[in-house]
Design a protein around this ligand. Structure first.
Ligand code: GLA
Length: 397
């Protein structure tokens, strides 16, 4: 067992007085390119990171007249009870983390699944609230576990969409489908080229074994985040409506430029970001497939510039981290990643240079901002998986 599996196993035994019998694991993600385009039907190129949410569980005999889940979070040291019947509303003081679990449970009940009473423990190595999809990994771990507990067949794509809906309806975030798809569909040593309109997937091999993906958390969160994400999505929908297209995926740069007067300056810049970012993402997948890494680096730089100037979701701290990384030898490319307004940058770096780059970025960031950033390196990891009794409770590693 990994350290994390041991921790979950011990927490479960301590909390519920017996061992768990199955567990699901689902990774967080980092997006290499294709930012703020998933909710416009565009292309994205994320990968799973080597950090995941693990949820271990065991069924329990039904006590009252309805099945109940008892779910414990190791991060928050809280246990929440949820009735597993349709239409069960959440008390207003329900902890935030458990809303994602409740949303996924509601999604399964809506599909007609019968979920037995169960106990569960959640543990995550995905940094919480850092823009690495800790919430999607929690949703996907929950859904993977529930499908097994309820013996309910669901396709990987339907599972991802169910998790996205949980986030919309129970956490109030109108997110796209990238994070959940990455957590479900990602493959070891591959990037996931996802068409967010058709949900078609191409697994893009990440051939270069001498490269690492460096994630740098700025450790800042700007308050604009509160409504900034929904506002950007609304800007894009407004621009699409004026252009007379179902989503900005259908628009061309020529159309966007021609409608500048009608859409207004802000709408024009938002739409220009989306249309050019979709093209950059397709170009990036092609460049990587053909080993043109310099081109990938330029596309990442262009993506960051567009997110900063046209989409206005970067911030001085992210700009600084990108600038510091991009000036280092051995760096292929760097950009902000995720929703923005703080959070993380992603840097493609030669493995042999990673330590030196981390040192330079960390020192530069502290010197300029007085703050500490947090870094880790990862390779593209696998998507969600179920661990049955034998694998979880008795395997040794
Ligand atoms: C957040 C959302 C995603 C996506 C990104 C921006 O991570 O959850 O759906 O929109 O922001 O690319």
């Amino acid at each position: 067992m990994t350290n994390q599996q041991q921790r979950v196993d011990a927490a479960f035994r301590e909390r519920f007085g017996r061992p768990p019998v199955l567990a699901a694991a689902a990774p967080g993600r980092v997006n290499l390119i294709g930012e703020h385009v998933d909710y416009c039907g565009g292309f994205v190129l994320p990968m799973a990171i080597e950090r995941e949410t693990v949820m271990a569980a065991a069924p329990r005999p039904m006590a009252g007249n309805a099945p109940v889940a008892r779910v414990h979070s190791t991060a928050f040291q809280e246990t929440v009870e949820m009735r597993l019947v349709p239409g069960g509303s959440l008390p207003s003081d329900t902890p935030g983390w458990s809303r994602y679990v409740a949303g996924v449970i509601a999604g399964f009940l809506d599909r007609g699944a019968t979920i037995p009473s169960f106990d569960a423990v959640i543990d995550s190595t995905v940094p919480l609230g850092g823009g690495l999809s800790s919430s999607a990994s929690l949703e996907v771990a929950t859904a993977t576990l529930l499908a097994a507990l309820a013996d309910h067949a669901i396709s990987p794509l339907d599972l991802a969409v169910l998790c996205q809906r949980a986030e919309h309806d129970f956490a109030g975030i109108p997110c796209g489908v990238m994070d959940q798809c990455a957590s479900v569909l990602a493959r070891h040593d591959h990037l996931l080229l996802l068409d967010c309109r058709s949900l078609d997937v191409v697994q893009v091999p990440f051939h270069r074994h001498d490269l690492l993906v460096l994630v740098t958390n700025s450790n800042v969160r700007h308050s604009l985040d509160d409504g900034g994400y929904a506002a950007r999505r609304a800007d894009c929908e407004r621009a699409a409506a004026i252009l007379g297209v179902a989503s900005l995926r259908e628009a061309t740069l020529v159309q966007v430029e021609a409608s500048r007067g009608e859409v207004g300056d802000k709408g024009f810049r938002r739409a220009r970001h989306v249309v050019t970012e979709i093209a950059r993402t397709q170009a990036a997948a092609t460049a990587i497939t053909h080993g043109r890494w310099d081109e990938m680096g330029e596309l990442m730089a262009e993506s960051h510039r567009s997110l900063r100037e046209d989409f206005e979701v970067s911030c001085p701290e992210l700009d600084l981290l990108v600038e510091l990384a991009a000036s280092e030898r051995g760096v292929i490319g760097a950009r902000m990643t995720g929703g923005g307004f703080g959070g993380c940058t992603v840097t493609l770096v030669e493995a042999a240079r990673a330590e030196a780059v981390i040192a330079a970025v960390t020192q530069g960031y502290r010197r300029e901002t007085g703050r500490d950033c947090t870094t880790f390196t990862t390779r593209p990891a696998a998507g969600a998986r179920l661990m049955k009794e034998t694998a979880f409770s008795t395997a040794s590693e």
